[in-house]
Design a protein around this ligand. Structure first.
Ligand code: CMC
Length: 430
């Protein structure tokens, strides 16, 4: 297989009489890419939101948006979420292979040694006002993990990965308990990664002993672990490209994830469903969406133009696990009705808008007893492995220069009449 290699044929671009031969790069699967480097900055390409830009080479994740297919390192997401626990998936993403039993034990042993939170992290948490948003607390607590006598700028990526993958569930569980007015509790190294997390959140509920719940937690973490060049991963690798520490890079990923167009959509989606309230209100809500007075949260995606396979998996997981215990879940029933109606609506059909991961994940997490404003923290916990895998790949496999895009300047010009300049360029404004 020729990965990322040139196809013999070039694309030809003629600009103002200059002809550029632009090599075509073959992907191992997915879209062919035009290499614009022969332009050598004589012209820039204009692509707001990077809708048409492949910003790097990567081996970590593949999405086929038309077919609704997702793979981590060539392994189908359904198989990973069904047959493997999250820690195996972290190993696959970061090191490139599903671990043998020995590799997994060695990996877990390293994590177990690094789980304990520092006193400064705990002190900081104790000062956080109750009612603060959990994602904002997470950003603060991650900052405290950087404050060590040893300078983090020299921390190796591998050491930072062990430290962050070990501490992130302990930090997130402590944030959950803080929100409930409870003190954090120490991890139990005898438990699996996901069981331990459930135990640190709900020590008395015995969820960590319930195989179905632990399996569901593993699957949810796996489904959220990685998604190629999404906004938070792009932010993380941009920060890492400046040679900032992996800690600072991961922190920037958390900030990018918090927005409702990205990871924050799970919280926004459940709030939206609660606001819709019941199935009779669905038509008037969809009417608002088509009039651009509302957005259907948990729908639409830059890459998927069919149903996100993660949404399909979580919908089934909910039926298998939660519906067994509960006869009716009004929010789940409402979401299924809303999905059906939206998929039959011309507005959504025309734009190929389908449910994404966040459409059902929040409902699943509510049923697992997590509060709504905590959902995105769970996303961040899981995505930390994906961010770190990309940081390592950029540093060690497909290294590239600092991320520094160019722009189409449409502002004032120093030696032109300031009254005239804005009009002259106004046609170029979006
Ligand atoms: N509700 C109503 N209209 C929508 C929606 C939606 N959820 N999503 C896209 N559209 C419309 C959009 O207005 C545009 O219409 P037009 O072509 O007439 O201007 C068209 O569909 C194409 O959308 P876009 O905004 O150009 O697409 P994008 O790739 O820039 O944005 C998105 C993708 C996920 C930000 C967007 O679909 C959205 O805001 N969805 C709701 C928030 C959400 O669920 N986010 C979670 C994404 S998946 C998890 C993750 O990666 O974090």
């Amino acid at each position: 297989m020729n990965r990322g290699t040139n196809i013999k044929e070039n694309a030809k671009l003629e600009v103002e009489g200059n002809i550029f031969e632009l090599p075509l790069l073959r992907a191992s699967q997915g879209q062919t890419v035009i290499d614009v480097s022969p332009l050598k900055s004589s012209y820039f390409t204009y692509d707001p939101g990077f809708k048409n830009t492949a910003a790097c080479k990567s081996e970590i994740c593949f999405i086929d948006g038309a077919k609704g297919k997702l793979e981590y390192r060539g392994v189908d997401i359904d198989k990973l979420a069904s047959d493997h626990d999250y820690l195996e998936v972290v190993h696959l993403l970061y090191f490139g292979n599903l671990p043998s039993k020995e590799e997994l034990n060695a990996f877990k042993a390293k994590l177990d040694k690094n789980m304990k939170l520092s006193q400064q992290t705990l002190n900081y948490l104790a000062t956080v006002p109750k009612g603060s948003h959990p994602m904002e607390i997470l950003m603060g607590l991650l900052t405290t993990t950087m404050l060590k006598p040893k300078n983090n700028e020299s921390a190796s990526i591998d050491d930072a990965m062990i430290d962050l993958i070990a501490k992130i569930p302990v930090i997130c569980a402590a944030i959950y308990r803080h929100g409930q007015g409870l003190k954090p509790i120490d991890p139990d190294p005898e438990l699996s990664y996901s069981a331990n997390f459930l135990y640190m959140c709900f020590p008395d509920a015995k969820f960590h002993l319930d195989d179905d719940f632990v399996k569901a937690m593993d699957a949810i973490f796996t489904l959220h672990a990685e998604h190629e060049q999404n906004a938070s991963t792009t932010t993380t690798t941009t920060v890492a490209s400046t040679d900032a520490s992996p800690y600072a890079s991961v922190l920037s990923g958390v900030a990018a994830l918090s927005g409702p167009k990205h990871g924050g959509a799970n919280e926004a989606c459940v709030n939206m469903l609660k606001e819709i309230g019941n199935r009779e209100n669905i038509p008037s809500f969809l009417d608002k969406v088509t009039k651009r007075e509302a957005v259907l949260m948990g729908f639409g995606h830059r890459v998927y133009k069919s149903k996100d396979p993660r949404a399909t998996f979580i919908q089934k997981l909910f039926k298998d696990i939660i519906s067994k215990a509960e006869k009716d879940n009004p929010l789940f029933d409402l979401a299924q009705d809303l999905e059906k109606k939206a998929l039959n609506d011309e507005f959504f059909k025309k734009r190929a808008l389908f449910p994404n991961v966040d459409f059902y994940s929040g409902i699943m997490l509510s049923a697992m007893n997590f509060p709504t404003n905590f959902f995105t923290v769970l996303f961040a916990l899981a995505r930390t492995s994906g961010w770190l895998s990309h940081i390592k790949e950029r540093a060690e496999v497909y290294s590239q220069p600092i991320t520094r895009p160019r722009q189409l300047y449409v502002g004032k010009v120093a030696d032109e009449d300031p009254e005239v300049t804005p009009d002259k360029y106004s046609h170029q404004k979006p």
